[in-house]
Design a protein around this ligand. Sequence first.
Ligand code: 5AD
Ligand code: SF4
Length: 471
Amino acid sequence: MRRKKLYINTIGCQMNVYDSEKIADSMHPLGYRLADSPRKADLIIVNTCAIREKAVQKVFSYLGRVAALKKERPGLIIAVGGCVAQQEGAHIMKRAPCVDLVFGTHAIGCLPFLVDRIEKKRNRLVDIKMEPLIEEFDGVLPPRDKSEVSRFVTIMQGCDNFCTYCVVPYVRGRECSRKPDKIIDEISHLVQNGAREVTLLGQNVNSYGKKEGLPEFTNLLDKVNTINELKRIRFTTSHPKDLSGDLISAFGRLEKLCHHIHLPVQSGSDSILKRMNRNYTHSHYLDKIDKLRKICPDIAITSDIIVGFPGETEKDFKDTVSLIKAVGYDGLFVFKYSDRPNAPAARFSDKVNGVDQDSRLQQILQLQETVTLEKNRMLVEQTTEVLVESFSRKPGKGPEPIMGQWTGRTSTNKIVHMPASGDSEGNRGICKGSLIQVTIKKAFGHSLWGLPAESGTRIVCGPKGESCHAA
Ligand code: 5AD
Ligand code: SF4
């Protein structure tokens, strides 16, 4: 069989990253191997995200660029998958005539078959039907030639929550959970191939298995916690309305569960939360945060915020700012509200103008920047456990040559860089996948810089491009 090259451009969330890995694996039998550039590819797959308007624009501008490649090489196959494919269907082919295949979020399992048909018949295909069950989840294992320390594992797909701004239930379909045995098999396989950390993915992990009558999410966590050689477990995302006492207590019980939770609040205003159909209030949310911190005092908390949701007044915005201040987040993702097709809020009146949206976005970003930095600075001179994820070779700049830099993360999900001076690999007993004690020496806006506690390596120079705020 002729060896062919596949290039995947993944736009969007971790779930898309996971789906892209599955796609790469499923194309092996057709002779496709991953290429590092679209210029070398026989097949380009764009795995898309439709969650916000900006992401959709990104997809079409990328398609504009690859259309030029297709002019040079008419045999090139271009496929669009994921949420934009599901949402736009055949419309994509009209807007981007270079596209040969549009496959929806439930058609990943059919992809080899669809590509094979296009190779043989050179016709253009659209497959966006939605199946109630996701059969391709069974039996597809990720590529064997990967040895990344931290991997994603999707445990459920779709969502039944219907937040009024959100397109996910329409493009990913109804909630559907994988069987625990399949998940455990997949994680064990990843661990045998070098993974030491897994992040369990679902739109709302708290409702894992409920529909199917499977054991609950905390039960799954208990099982994952027993996998030998696996050192860390993360999960995302948990809906605040469903964050159970049982899951909160898991942070105190399971030694491998990392001390970090992403708990999207979206707004701090009770009336906006109601219009968003979120089913919790400002004070319910703060109550969950208190409970989390009682069980796990050093837990890092991050969140998503939407500013400028239809009808959001200055008073509503102030309630959001006050919630952000009350929680003291470790990090925030802030988005300007945008209309999404099918999502009810697109039909809401009293839209907030772009100038107010921009101003609110900036106010929150500035507030959070200070808080994140402050939190990072509090870690200086503390020793903390870091899972080493990667090594990069960088030329030395200081009086002593730096052979390279290790990068890892704390249990609280903060990125830590460490110098590797010494032997030729800059190793000193550290390797990808090791859990080491690191003393934090410097704090930056988006990362920390430290020294392995046992090695006593001297700091030669910090990472480039960020101002230093060492205490
Ligand atoms: N407009 C702006 N932000 C949105 N998000 C989801 N839908 C929209 C929208 N229509 C944000 C939410 C969600 C994150 C993944 O994207 O904050 O948690
Ligand atoms: Fe969208 Fe709400 Fe479901 Fe999250 S919980 S995916 S925001 S509908």
